[in-house]
Design a protein around this ligand. Structure first.
Ligand SMILES: NC(=O)c1ccc[n+]([C@@H]2O[C@H](COP(=O)([O-])OP(=O)(O)OC[C@H]3O[C@@H](n4cnc5c(N)ncnc54)[C@H](O)[C@@H]3O)[C@@H](O)[C@H]2O)c1
Length: 338
């Protein structure tokens, strides 16, 4: 298949592109590099373009005879989304609708869409299943839910677009080759923050909340290896190509690790110790968020390869150790804070 990958120069996108190519697909990366890295795209076709450039989108779809789209491109910092809601609604919602319009106009009817566990907000129970209430507590989650709704109510129902939405929990790790990995600026995700502390690039790690009703008092989250995530996109594409109905799936390991456990694992893998700074809980941070991922296992046959936190962190550590400054193309204009 010829697959247009929006946001393919980003963290999850670049890993998915590699897996698509390995599986014999042709990936065409479409990214404006607002947050991504040119160096993360190794051998695939790269088109530097924005979701808002309708002409370039149409031209790219036609030139490369695109069969399907995987849509990663978005802004995804929770804290920043609260400070700059307009930018998030514009980029994530309007940008997505613009892409879907181009797909419809050019006759591309297959889509895999990156959504997030943030659409659920604070769940009443865990594991979280797809049918639970969606009450996002931040603008980022609301932009993703808005796109999910538009897909179901407009593009699927009216235009017949076939889609699979994947709601990711916490992506982490890196490809075992060690040449692509996570490089957000500024970084807001726990695993890279801890590993940067292991490298001495941060003075330590702040633990928000130590009095939760969890075994060690710190928050528990579901961490999924980026290549397990990538693999789910290939399964979703295959399923849609085989006539699967449009649907939504959670994507997580189905098991939780506390903040302390993640730090312990990073210390064991790196052989370095991390200073732990205990701080109060952050507003709206639930004690436990774990994916109910039975549906994607059952219906698409997905199964994570990485279930051990040390194995996941081992791949990330390899990337960070070899690339302490990430891709080495830091920009001044990024202002993502959590
Ligand atoms: N990383 C996670 O843990 C996580 C969890 C849940 C959901 N997600 C979602 O997965 C997707 C990928 O996440 P990531 O961590 O790889 O993010 P990322 O920031 O590394 O990648 C996003 C890419 O999209 C590009 N982009 C953004 N706006 C664009 C636009 N208007 N036009 C063209 N390109 C644009 C950026 O340059 C970047 O390369 C996002 O949609 C995110 O919301 C990520």
């Amino acid at each position: 298949m010829n697959v247009l990958v929006t946001g393919g120069a980003g963290y999850i996108g670049s890993h998915t592109v590699r897996m698509l190519e390995k599986a014999g697909h042709r990936a065409i990366v479409y990214d404006d590099l607002s947050k991504g890295h040119r160096a993360a795209v190794k051998n695939s076709v790269f088109v530097q373009g924005s979701l808002f450039d309708s002409r370039l989108l149409a031209e790219t779809i036609r030139r490369h005879a695109i069969d399907a789209v995987i849509h990663f491109a978005a802004f995804s910092c929770v804290g920043e989304s609260m400070e700059k809601p307009q930018e998030y609604y514009h980029n994530n919602v309007e940008g997505s609708l613009n892409l879907f319009e181009a797909m419809v106009a050019e006759g591309v009817g297959t889509l895999v869409f990156s959504s997030t566990a943030a659409v659920y907000g604070e769940p009443e129970t865990t594991p979280i299943t797809e049918d639970m209430a969606k009450n996002p507590t931040n603008v980022y989650g609301r932009t993703k839910l808005a796109v999910e709704t538009a897909l179901a109510e407009q593009y699927s129902r009216v235009y017949g677009l076939k889609y699979i939405t994947l709601r990711y929990f916490n992506a982490c790790g890196a490809d075992a080759a060690g040449d692509i990995g996570e490089d957000h600026d500024p970084e807001t995700h726990l695993v890279p923050l801890i590993l940067q502390a292991c490298l001495g690039k941060r003075s330590g790690i702040k633990i928000f909340g130590t009095d939760y009703s969890t075994p060690d008092g710190t928050c528990i989250r579901d961490y999924i290896h980026v290549n397990d995530l990538a693999a789910a996109h290939l399964l979703a594409l295959d399923a849609l190509a085989g006539g699967h109905r449009s649907d939504v799936y959670n994507l997580g390991n189905g098991q939780g690790f506390s903040v302390q456990e993640v730090i312990d694992a990073a210390e064991a893998v790196s052989g370095r110790s991390v200073r732990r700074e205990l701080a109060g809980p952050r507003a709206g941070d639930p004690a436990v968020l774990i994916a109910g991922a039975a549906k994607i296992r059952r219906e698409l046959g997905w199964k994570p390869e990485y279930t051990d936190m040390k194995d996941i962190i081992g791949t990330a550590w390899r990337w960070h150790l070899a690339h302490p400054d990430g891709y080495g193309d830091k920009r001044e204009d990024l202002g993502c804070r959590n």
